[in-house]
Structures are given as C-alpha cells and as structure tokens.
Design a protein around this ligand. Structure first.
Ligand code: GLN
Length: 194
C-alpha cells in the first residue's frame, strides 16, 4: 500500500486525506522536509497558491519539493495545486513561486473572472463509469501544453486535467465531491511506479 502525503501548508488538506484513504492509500499530512522523505507520493491541495508559495518558502519546503518532483515522485495537484505544478504561470503574483513538473502554461483565476464557482460533468480520459463531477472554485485553466504532457479532460474548450509522466493536475476539486475515482486513478499511478 503506498503512503501518500498531502502538502499541509494551506488548503483543503483534510478532504484529500479522506479521499486518499477511501482510494486505499495510507495518507498523511506533510509540512516539513523530514516528512516529505517518508512518503511515496504527494497531493498538493486546493487553496490559495500565492499563500502556499509563501509558506513553502518559509517552511524550507520549496527546494525539497522541487527536488522530489524532479526525481520523479508522483504528484497530484488540484486547483492551487495545479498552479504549483505549472512550468509557467500567467496572472500569478510577481514573487509567486511554482515547483514546476508539467510542461504547461497555467492561467491563474482563469474561470474566476466570469464565474466564481460552478460545477460541471467532466469526461476524464482513463476513468470509467461516466463523467466525474468537477467543482471549480476560482479555478485556473491550462492555456497550453508542451509535447510531453497529455490532456485528460477539457471543459468549454479549456484544458482542465493534464498528466505528464508521474505528475497529474486538475483545475477542479474531486476531493470535495465524494467521488474518489480521480484519487483512485492517482493511487494506481503511484502503485504502478512502486
Ligand atoms: N485561485 C486560487 C489560487 O490562485 C486557487 C483556487 C482553488 O484552489 N480553489 O491559488
């Protein structure tokens, strides 16, 4: 059984811990570099990416996180977590850091301007049993992806789920729906690499 951490600097950590446990992983919060060394994989939750970036610097987590991602640790980011995994960010704060991991350009708050928050059914490549419920809260979208990244879902013409190797990102929050299929998809990714 893989042990999967949830980055617990800021955001909806508890919901991810519950969804991961439901998807048959051992889940625990990760705040410090020592805790990061003890997990096989990591989820970066939804929340506020500028705050998360600041806290990652304050907690001495930015470089350890970048190193683990570079070394191939499986990571899944939702919403603010997707922003953290972008190689390039649009509409970020000036001093905002990302970890990178997916060759994609992400636009922060892209859906937020028209629509603070909405739900939509999302067809997700590789997930069976019908569309997943997507909860979008001041959500980013993926403006473009490079050659190595695979688009797994779109909504209204915009890319909202991407995978590159061991790194997965969604604009929306499966952890808020009680539908654990995206978490199960990620747990399968992690198992395949163990
Ligand atoms: N708009 C937020 C940000 O920039 C993300 C919102 C979310 O995670 N629900 O980080």
């Amino acid at each position: 059984t893989p042990t999967i951490g949830v980055l617990a600097l800021q955001g909806d950590v508890r919901e991810h811990l519950i969804a991961l446990a439901a998807a048959d992983a051992v889940a625990r919060p990760v705040r410090r570099p020592e805790e990061l060394t003890e997990v096989d994989a990591l989820v970066i939750p939804g929340g506020e990416s500028t705050t998360m970036s600041k806290l990652a610097v304050l907690f001495g987590m930015l470089e350890p996180l970048r190193e683990r991602v570079r070394a191939g640790m499986p990571v899944y980011g939702t919403c603010a977590g997707m922003i953290m995994l972008a190689n390039k960010l649009l509409d970020g704060r000036e001093d905002q850091e990302t970890l990178g991991g997916i060759d994609m350009i992400v636009r922060r708050n892209a859906f937020g301007r028209q629509n603070e928050s909405f739900e939509a059914k999302i067809d997700f490549a590789g997930i069976e049993g019908g569309p997943v419920e997507g909860v979008f809260i001041r959500a980013p979208w993926v403006e473009s992806v490079g050659g190595g990244a695979e688009v797994l879902a779109t909504y209204d013409g915009h890319t909202v789920a991407v995978r590159q190797g061991n790194v997965l990102a969604t604009s929306f929050h499966p952890e808020l729906t009680g539908d654990d299929r995206v978490h199960a998809y990620f747990v399968d990714m992690v198992r395949a690499g163990l």
